[in-house]
Design a protein around this ligand. Sequence first.
Ligand code: GN1
Ligand code: MG
Length: 361
Amino acid sequence: MTDLLHIAKAFAPEGSPMDATPLGKGLINDTFRVTTSSPGKQYVLQRINHSIFKDVDLLQDNIVKVTDHIRKKLISRGESDIDRKVLRFLPCPDTGKTYHFDGESYWRMSVLIPDAFTFDAVTPEYSFFAGKAFGQFESMLSDLDSPLGETIPNFHNMTLRLRQLQEAIRENRAGRMSEEEVAEILEDMSMYADRMCLAENLHREGKLPKRVCHCDTKVNNMLFDRDGNVLCVIDLDTVMPSYVFSDYGDFLRTGACTAPEDEPDLSKVGFDMEIFRSFTKGYIEGTKEFLLPVERENLPYAACLFPYMQAVRFFTDYINGDTYYKIQYPEHNLVRTRAQMKLFHSVMDHLGEMSAFIETL
Ligand code: GN1
Ligand code: MG
């Protein structure tokens, strides 16, 4: 802990760092809440997973561009309480950069937004606001003048994710390819592989644009105030050019799933159409200024794509011997894969119903 406090000091926060405790449930970075001697002043300190985010300078540069842009937008709109509606990262006094390298790890620190909460599940009422908020996030960034880099190249590229799965199978590094269930899951996945690459095909044909998206719109990446109002979107590591399907689909994957993403009891895993409807309403309202017909028509596909892509990613990691996602037990990535595939099938069962609903909006 003294180490953490020492690192926190490098960002010259207000007050002296007194305590650091683990925060959140992220699968990639390590996150801590830092309390200081200054009453009410708390910070979020994060060790950036450098084996995943290889270019920390580009990563933090993106985040600064995005948060500065949103801050300016909020100011010009005359919004109040702006420090609760956009994150603020502290620059290190010695480098002016919003990250610190301690010789081994990269760190960053932001001001903790007081009285703000994350949730692992939302009600239909709040998912409307979540949809609107993610839509407005994209909308606010639609006129960002300096381009963002891809913090993880091809992050939501389904074609590439399938290629990585094939590579993992070929290398069989953890010796898991002989498991009977692995073969069954693979067979199920391969039946949908072509259909799930629709976005890349549309993009190649020049029909589908890339826009600045959040790309990790898990339900718990949004802060709410005590009354349930959306404050802001957090976890900005993956903000980069992508298809709008990313943000729309990845929210539903967690927000409209009737169980956690790693639920072992598959009978509990399903797709909640009421949440789908209110989130979609909110999202379409938040994006009305730019959403193209091709994007709107394919939202049901996006709802299917994200559980599928996540299943492929968890499964690839399982076959590789769990080198990417944090796990809590040896079969964790396999359990996650099963839950995502169950969700995928459940969303697929609602394809027609989803399209019909979108037509009514
Ligand atoms: C990771 O940052 P975190 O832990 O919320 C992952 C997402 C996955 C998610 C699955 C950089 O998100 O893409 O959807 O786990 N982030 C990265 O829970 O790979
Ligand atoms: Mg997160």
